[in-house]
Design a protein around this ligand. Structure first.
Ligand code: HEM
Length: 447
């Protein structure tokens, strides 16, 4: 018997239906989704929640993750097409025509072997931005990181000043609109735009901005130095070029920038970690490396830094990733019916003691066990998803976070003005957690 036929006689996973017909537990779930998922693990290692007409079936044990990533009966595209329609107004036809091609293009352009084409320029961009912080100052660390990284990464991936990075006022507006778009991203994926006025205006602003960019780049011939945006625009041949550009902007900023903030916050909070990192940086750049030039090759010598970055990604990964079940199948004697939305939470997976002892502790040393030189992560680590549509930007993400953190720590003495690292907000499921409260710091250029 194959997996499919066997499934006919099996029972469904235990379920929680909530109090309301159709809505199910939508209210309870919506209030604090991450904690609600953890609470419902009492139902079993696989369980179903009824939410607003959908059956959400959660797989919580890492031994079962292979079904989520590898089973031929689950589908990535069918899970994300509707949200992509709501978030960026890309039609169904266009989505199925271009999605795989775009994924493969990004994967190819940002492959680990090709990062060398981005790293020198990115280092120059970071240097410009970090120099603009001045000799000393104070402020919210998240805001500070966001401001300098947005500008640098946008220039690096989308082309120098293709978006209004060099005009302070216009850039502030762009930042404000992007933050709004990002903060309500998952509500945008689910609710009609009439309920989300500010979010809809931000989306409109960003799509129109890209509309102008598309017009300007239309006549330019592509060359060897093609940016990621140019590759996207020459691939897509319909009216949704601005919409796909917005999706690429979101994918490239929404996780990597907050995680850079978390990495700095974790490091600055732990004197031992900070000193270890400083020793490593000094051994590579020297005592007087005020504003180091960091190459992709140079980063390979900074192993402890990479552990710090991966440990931050482990503790602050995206809340949830999803797949659609396209044919009923069986996991551990349970029938997973066609139509279910299969859910996996990297956030909770990374808090599994079996794979990560002392899971809540920030312990960069745990990454000693991973074969990092061969790009192999620790077992149970799923921050970048997996299978055919695993995050195609992961190597670039790790590179940019390492580079920014190394330059920041090497250039500045920086002190947290609060006693602990802010708590992560558990309101959102899509994307990494934002800090619940501000993280004030003071910084001074090192002598
Ligand atoms: C630490 C930072 C990042 C994290 C944790 C992260 C995580 C993820 C995850 C979990 C997915 C879904 C994969 C799945 O469902 O199996 C994803 C998709 C994606 N990521 Fe990332 N990502 C990061 C940074 C980036 C960057 C910097 C880029 C681009 C420059 C990028 C581009 C994308 C794209 C384009 C997709 C969609 C793939 C598709 O639709 O086929 N990501 N990412």
């Amino acid at each position: 018997m194959n997996e499919r036929s066997r499934s006919k006689s099996k029972s469904l996973p235990p379920a929680y239906k909530g109090w309301f017909p159709w809505l199910g537990c939508a209210f309870e779930f919506g209030k604090n989704p991450l904690d609600f998922i953890a609470q419902k693990k009492e139902l079993g290692r696989i369980f179903t929640l009824y939410v607003a007409g959908e059956r959400l079936t959660f797989i919580t044990d890492a031994e079962d993750f292979q079904y989520f990533f590898q089973s031929p009966f689950v589908d990535f595209q069918k899970a994300v097409q509707d949200p992509v329609l709501n978030i960026a107004s890309v039609s169904k036809t266009s989505f199925f025509k271009y999605h795989t091609k775009i994924h493969d293009m990004v994967k190819g352009r940002l492959a680990s072997s090709r990062l060398i084409y981005f790293s020198d320029k990115l280092c120059d961009e970071f240097r410009d931005q970090l120099t603009q912080l001045g000799k000393q100052g104070e402020g919210d660390l998240h805001h500070l990181v966001r401001k300098s990284m947005y500008a640098a990464v946008i220039n690096n991936l989308f082309g120098k000043n293709v978006l209004p990075v060099n005009c302070e006022k216009e850039f502030e507006k762009l930042e404000e609109m992007f933050v709004m778009f990002d903060e309500q991203f998952e509500y945008g994926a689910r609710l009609p735009s009439v309920f989300l006025k500010d979010w809809s205006s931000a989306k409109k602003y960003l799509i129109e901005l890209f509309g102008k960019v598309v017009q300007k780049t239309a006549d330019k011939k592509s060359d060897d130095d093609e940016t990621l945006l140019q590759s996207l625009l020459s691939l897509v041949q319909d009216q949704y070029k601005p919409n796909y550009s917005l999706l690429l902007l979101w994918a490239s900023l929404a996780n990597a920038i907050p995680i850079t903030f978390w990495t700095l916050a974790f490091i600055l909070h732990d004197e031992k970690v900070l000193q270890k990192l400083r020793t490593e940086l000094t051994s590579v750049f020297g005592e007087n490396g005020q504003c180091p030039t960091i190459t992709e090759e140079g980063l390979k010598k900074l192993q402890y830094l990479k552990w710090c970055v991966l440990e931050s990604i482990r503790l602050r990964p995206t809340g949830i990733i999803t797949r659609r079940v396209i044919k009923s199948f069986t996991i551990r004697d349970m029938k997973i019916p066609e139509g279910d939305m299969l859910m996996l939470s990297p956030y909770w997976a990374h808090r599994n003691e079996k794979y990560f002892p002392d899971p809540l502790m920030y312990k960069p040393e745990r990454w000693k066990e991973a074969d990092i030189d061969k790009n192999v992560f620790l077992d149970g680590f799923v921050a970048f998803g997996g299978g055919r549509y695993q995050c195609p930007g992961r190597w670039y993400a790790i590179l940019e976070i390492q580079m920014y953190v190394a330059m920041f720590i090497q250039m500045f003495d920086c002190k947290l003005l609060i006693d602990s690292v802010p708590e992560p907000s558990k309101k959102h499921l899509v994307g990494t957690q934002q800090p619940e409260e501000p993280c004030p710091v003071e910084y001074r250029l090192r002598k």
